[in-house]
Design a protein around this ligand. Structure first.
Ligand code: B12
Ligand code: SF4
Length: 323
């Protein structure tokens, strides 16, 4: 039930279930057109869906995978050369599809995917920075069953079972959905701060992707409150040790050597950044990394084992990966 009303899963094609396990497929929608990030997107992925999928990995009875339409090779494709979601659904049916709405430019494609999955009888969830309050009604009018507002790691764990079973969602914080045509927004969820307790992002959930640049994160939120920006709230930081674990996990499990620190505020806490640089420099493997913000201690990071690249288009340009 959603509220007092039975939640009717949209009717569509469904494939007989062969196991008792359920599956969440997270999809990063394709960029609408070629842009300066298109080439680098072919060898990296968005971190948000990986974090959400990693949280589901440990959930009893659920399988999870991520399909990144901007980094997709060797999987089934349609005439438009985009992933063929009908074929994906035929080979590995998902019960719930999660759609990454980090960039407003990809929202038309996100709605198109939601429509396709709803027609196949799959429940649709969306999340990401695009979904600020004024965009919620529009999303719910475009084949999205539920919008997750804010960080997704905790919400998804509470949401999946009731959503897949058509149960009551009113007790899950941080959601928007429709009930008898009326939009319901559940109470907001506290921003997370216990990052050291979360599992390390697990890139094994990505399918049909070729990874070369791995995203790493240590800060969420930003207190500057710039009018145009959707990143809000007091900055919450992971420890340098926790960030180091992310580097080491990628290097040791997948052989990744190039990292993109996605933090807007990277370097703002100079002492903690220096501590991270020391940890990186002491780590016995050579790696390279970049970040959207340049720390004013970057020279100290230029030790033999750790190469710092300035951020921007140069850092993400294919020429620089070949070094
Ligand atoms: C790294 C980054 C990039 C990278 C990678 C982008 C990507 N993700 O694919 C690059 C450099 C390519 C980039 C480019 C651009 N970016 Co950018 N980027 C970021 C940045 C700094 C970090 C994103 C990140 O990894 N966060 C960490 C993860 C863990 O958080 P998250 O993505 O929010 O995910 C969490 C929740 O949102 C939620 N969630 C997310 N998806 C889902 C899905 C489901 C189903 C659920 C349940 C939950 C959920 O759970 C996640 C975990 O808690 C953000 C700002 C920010 N702090 O978020 C801007 C941001 C996403 N970018 C922004 C912009 C504007 C751009 C550009 C348009 C800039 C430009 N003018 O060129 C371009 C886009 C180019 C294009 N192709 O269209 C805006 C987007 C605003 C908007 N509504 O569109 C942001 C929000 C910054 C801002 N100033 O507001 N960006
Ligand atoms: S992340 Fe950057 S643009 Fe957004 S509020 Fe902070 S300083 Fe401003």
């Amino acid at each position: 039930m959603i509220g007092n009303e039975t939640y009717a899963r949209p009717q569509g094609e469904t494939r007989p279930r062969q196991t008792s396990r359920r599956r969440l497929r997270l999809v990063c929608p394709a960029y609408p057109a070629f842009n300066i990030y298109s080439r680098s997107a072919k060898v990296m992925t968005a971190l948000g869906p990986i974090c959400v999928a990693t949280a589901v990995h440990d959930l009893k009875g659920w399988d999870v995978e991520v399909i990144d339409e901007n980094n997709y090779c060797c999987g089934p494709t349609g005439a438009d050369r985009l992933p063929d979601h009908r074929a994906l659904q035929a080979s590995r049916p998902a019960d719930v599809v999660g759609l990454y709405g980090g960039l407003t430019s990809t929202i038309p494609r996100l709605y198109e995917l939601a429509r396709q999955y709803r027609a196949m009888g799959v429940a649709t969830v969306a999340g990401g920075q695009h979904f600020v309050p004024e965009n919620l009604p529009d999303a719910l009018d475009h084949a999205i069953d539920v919008v997750v507002i804010g960080e997704g790691e905790e919400t998804i764990g509470e949401l999946l079972e009731p959503l897949a079973a058509g149960g009551d969602l009113s007790g899950v914080a941080g959601l928007a959905y429709r009930e008898r045509g009326r939009m319901v927004v559940t109470p907001p969820r506290e921003p997370m701060s216990h990052f050291d307790e979360l599992p390390i992002p697990d890139f094994s959930v990505l399918r049909y992707a070729r990874m070369k640049i791995y995203p790493v994160s240590g800060v969420r939120g930003c207190g500057m409150n710039c009018e145009f920006c959707t990143v809000k709230g007091r900055p919450r930081c992971a420890t340098p040790e926790r960030m180091m674990e992310q580097f080491a996990s990628v290097y040791e499990k997948w052989g990744g050597r190039i990292f993109f620190i996605v933090d807007d505020l990277f370097g703002q806490n100079r002492l903690e950044t220096l501590r991270l640089c020391r940890l990186l420099a002491d780590y016995p493997c050579r790696s390279a990394w970049t970040a959207p913000a340049t720390p004013n201690c970057s020279r100290r990071c230029a030790r033999p084992a750790c190469e710092w690249w300035p951020s921007g288009s140069r850092a993400l340009s294919p020429r620089s990966w070949r070094r």
